[in-house]
Design a protein around this ligand. Structure first.
Ligand SMILES: Nc1nc2c(c(=O)[nH]1)N[C@H]1C(S)=C(S)[C@@H](COP(=O)(O)OP(=O)(O)OC[C@H]3O[C@@H](n4cnc5c(=O)[nH]c(N)nc54)[C@H](O)[C@@H]3O)O[C@H]1N2
Ligand SMILES: Nc1nc2c(c(=O)[nH]1)N[C@H]1C(S)=C(S)[C@@H](COP(=O)(O)OP(=O)(O)OC[C@H]3O[C@@H](n4cnc5c(=O)[nH]c(N)nc54)[C@H](O)[C@@H]3O)O[C@H]1N2
Ligand SMILES: [Mo]
Length: 664
């Protein structure tokens, strides 16, 4: 590989990173040179040339479509894709395949926060303010976010703030907090209701803000009134004194923020839970006030942009809705197809994976940028469903566990080998320029989509493979939408303009939303009346412990990339389960023993890590490991009714020693 010195990747220039990069970032370059980098298409495991692979796929897709109709083919995308790829993937599904069956891994990531943000504010942008605003914060409530491990540069923005961390575990982030509320997993909604209760009874509600800028307070309060501190303590395990201390810190702060991440969102009640945190923020008068606010922290590289351009089952570019007739007309116009030809919304990610190879479900799936064999909940079942497909195609740069199941694997370029835009957590669009030449024989995702579209009968000009041409089309498709990119061009981005959407043509974008009004027609933010529900699968006699899952610093996601970098693999070691020493002892386990963690759906092998700060009722597993060490073998696919987010963060389990297992 050669370095193209006209264009260098310089992530350290971005203010959101503040001159720092996390360990993963420093080592991302190493992923570029992994020994098993894919460089040739594989058909049934054997290397073939591109024409053979693409012709094979197109022929099978046509055959399935003729027999089953367009919904016989599914597409699975990713919040790791650039805006250009996310956009073209959505268009490819709706126009070249005509299928409604497209969704993406963002469902597993930020969908709960997105839905709650839309509901309360009328628009979903992770941080409606620049991340640098946080430097002025006096207090920050971090809910279910372990930023010290998942977003290390971020903590530098919070230097001067009193941190309040809500996390069942004493994480590296909680270590740095002024106050750590170690609640029982799955009880955040009760805790948020309890804190709202205290905000009211202790006189901290910003009455004029509530009157002038919001609606629905009375209905939300009617439910929170039942959550007096002692009841909240019984349900959540957070003492009444700590609840008071938390509200006291927030109320005393001149500038305060509430920020959520996956710990509080990845629940079957995730949307209502985020709504409950927003309600608290609204009662305290935080959102839309300079120096204060509410936000949710992004996940994947393009977690924000990935949910704006139409790879979600119900969505069209510009954060438009697929079932909105005006949106269909507009986007169909840009695409040069009749609006009636666009499919209606299809299944959400888990429901889509669950339907694969069934009588009514798709018979083929194309995967771009995800590894559901490891990252989907109830992973054994999902692996079976993918294995039942007539055709599974995976585009990747490494042979992920999902690629290993595929009939066809397509070797594509990775981040440093291609140009594209990403939208960061504050809604700012960043241009990442190609810095390296890809290995010979490797093509971009955009090229793959164009080649397949042409083979499926589309005119080539409808599927440009040049990132800038795709972006220009995306701008037109997004014009007038919620996430309006029409005023953003590669030229402006190359110049270094800081552009946050919405950015209509001829404008300079919107770094801060909601200062004057929220995005609902009446300009008000909405309190949503929500009630606590608790885990979909509570602990019981047979499965007495609560398992939660998440991340560690040294590994990224399903680990497909980071497990291939020796230094990171070494730092993260093997699969483990964090458990209180007494809980371990009760199960006959000591630190270092191999354990079986078992739920109603399956079991996972993990090395016992006795951690004295763990709650007695809770165990924690990272989800970065493959095979029999997949945390998702045990997770519960119970879905949130609104966002269809699975309950990754809590299910009932039991522990036992693995001694003797595997010998038989
Ligand atoms: N090193 C590293 N960094 C990453 C990633 C990675 O894989 N590795 N992935 C990126 C992506 S895609 C994402 S989405 C982000 C995620 O970033 P985070 O949301 O910070 O990461 P998680 O570890 O999933 O969850 C955060 C915390 O939630 C806690 N938690 C578990 N159950 C509950 C609960 O019921 N309530 C509360 N309040 N907390 C709970 C866990 O103990 C965990 O410490 O990280 C991004 N950054
Ligand atoms: N138990 C449990 N499960 C979880 C979570 C949890 O907290 N607990 N978190 C969930 C969350 S938040 C997320 S985001 C998902 C993430 O899980 P996945 O959706 O599986 O995402 P990755 O592990 O990042 O896998 C990305 C794959 O795509 C490839 N890839 C990366 N970039 C590109 C690209 O540009 N093009 C193509 N074609 N391929 C690319 C990578 O090499 C890798 O194989 O996991 C979810 N699963
Ligand atoms: Mo994520």
């Amino acid at each position: 590989m050669t370095v193209d010195d006209t264009a260098v990747v310089q992530p350290r220039q971005f203010p959101a990173n503040r001159g720092g990069l996390c360990q993963k970032g420093w080592n991302a370059a190493a992923v570029l040179t992994v020994p098993d980098r894919l460089t040739r298409p594989l058909l049934h495991g054997r290397p073939v040339d591109w024409d053979t692979a693409l012709d094979f796929i197109a022929e099978r897709l046509r055959e399935i479509r003729d027999r089953r109709g367009p919904d016989g083919v599914a597409v699975f995308g990713s919040g790791g894709l650039t805006n250009e790829k996310a956009y073209l993937l959505g268009k490819f599904a709706r126009v070249a395949l005509g299928t409604s069956q497209i969704d993406y891994n963002g469902r597993f990531c930020m969908s709960a926060a997105a839905a709650a943000g839309n509901r309360a504010f009328g628009v979903d942008r992770g941080l409606p303010f620049p991340v640098t605003d946080l430097a002025e914060a006096d207090a920050v409530l971090l809910v279910g976010a372990n930023v010290a491990e998942t977003m290390p540069p971020f903590l530098s923005h919070l230097d001067s703030a009193a941190l309040i961390v809500v996390d069942p575990r004493r994480t590296a982030t909680a270590e740095q907090a002024k106050l750590h509320l170690a609640n029982r997993p799955g009880t955040d909604l009760a805790l948020a209701l309890g804190l709202l209760h205290l905000a009211v009874t202790e006189g901290h509600v910003d009455r004029s803000y509530v009157d002038d800028r919001t609606s629905g307070f009375a209905e939300a309060w009617q439910l929170a009134v039942q959550w007096w501190p002692e009841r909240t303590e019984r349900v959540t395990g957070v003492s009444a004194a700590d609840q008071r201390a938390a509200i006291g810190l927030l109320a005393a702060a001149g500038n305060a923020y509430i920020l959520t991440a996956r710990g509080t969102e990845q629940h079957a009640s995730g949307v209502d839970t985020v709504s409950a945190w927003i309600n608290l923020g609204l009662a305290l008068g935080l959102p839309g006030r300079p120096g204060s606010g509410f936000g949710c922290l992004t996940g994947q590289g393009n977690g924000q942009g990935g949910r704006e351009h139409g790879q979600k089952s119900d969505q069209l570019p510009g954060y438009r809705k697929l079932d909105d007739p005006a949106a269909r007309e507009h986007v169909a116009g840009v695409w040069g197809v009749p609006a009636e030809s666009l499919p209606q919304p299809g299944r959400s990610a888990y429901e889509l994976l669950d339907a694969l190879g069934t009588v009514d479900g798709p018979e083929a799936m194309l995967v771009f940028g995800s590894n559901p064999a490891v990252s989907a909940p109830n992973a054994r079942h999902i692996t079976e469903r993918m294995s039942a497909l007539d055709l599974l195609v995976v585009a990747d740069f490494v042979p992920s566990e999902t690629a290993q199941l595929a009939h066809v694997v397509l070797p594509v370029t990775q981040w440093a080998e291609e140009t594209g835009t990403m939208t960061n957590l504050e809604g700012r669009i960043l241009l990442r320029r190609k810095a390296l030449s890809p290995p010979p024989g490797v093509h971009t995702d955009l090229w793959v989509l164009r080649e397949l579209a042409v083979r499926l009968g589309q005119p080539a000009h409808r599927f440009p493979a040049e990132p800038e041409a795709v972006f220009d089309e995306l701008r037109a498709a997004s014009a007038g939408g919620i996430a309006d990119y029409s005023g953003i061009s590669y030229q402006r981005l190359r110049r270094g303009d800081a552009l946050h959407w919405p950015c209509a043509r001829g404008t300079n974008g919107t770094p801060r939303l909601f200062l004057d009004r929220f995005a609902h027609p009446d300009g008000r933010a909405r309190f949503v009346p929500v009630q606590h529900r608790g885990p979909a699968e509570p602990a019981d006699e047979a499965y007495p412990l609560l398992a939660t899952t998440g991340r560690v610093l040294a590994h990224y996601q399903s680990g497909a990339q980071t497990r291939r970098v020796a230094e990171l693999a070494e730092a993260a070691g093997e699969m483990f389960v964090e458990v209180h020493p007494d809980t371990a002892a009760q199960a006959g386990l000591a630190d270092g023993d191999l354990a079986v963690v078992e739920s109603r759906r399956g079991e996972v092998l993990a090395r016992t890590r006795a951690v004295p700060s763990m709650r007695l009722d809770t165990v924690f597993l990272p989800f970065h490991f493959p095979g029999a060490a997949r945390a998702n073998l045990i997770t519960n696919p119970a879905l949130d009714p609104t966002s269809r987010m699975p309950e990754f963060k809590v299910c009932a389990v039991r522990l036992r020693p693995a001694a003797g297992e595997g010998d038989e």
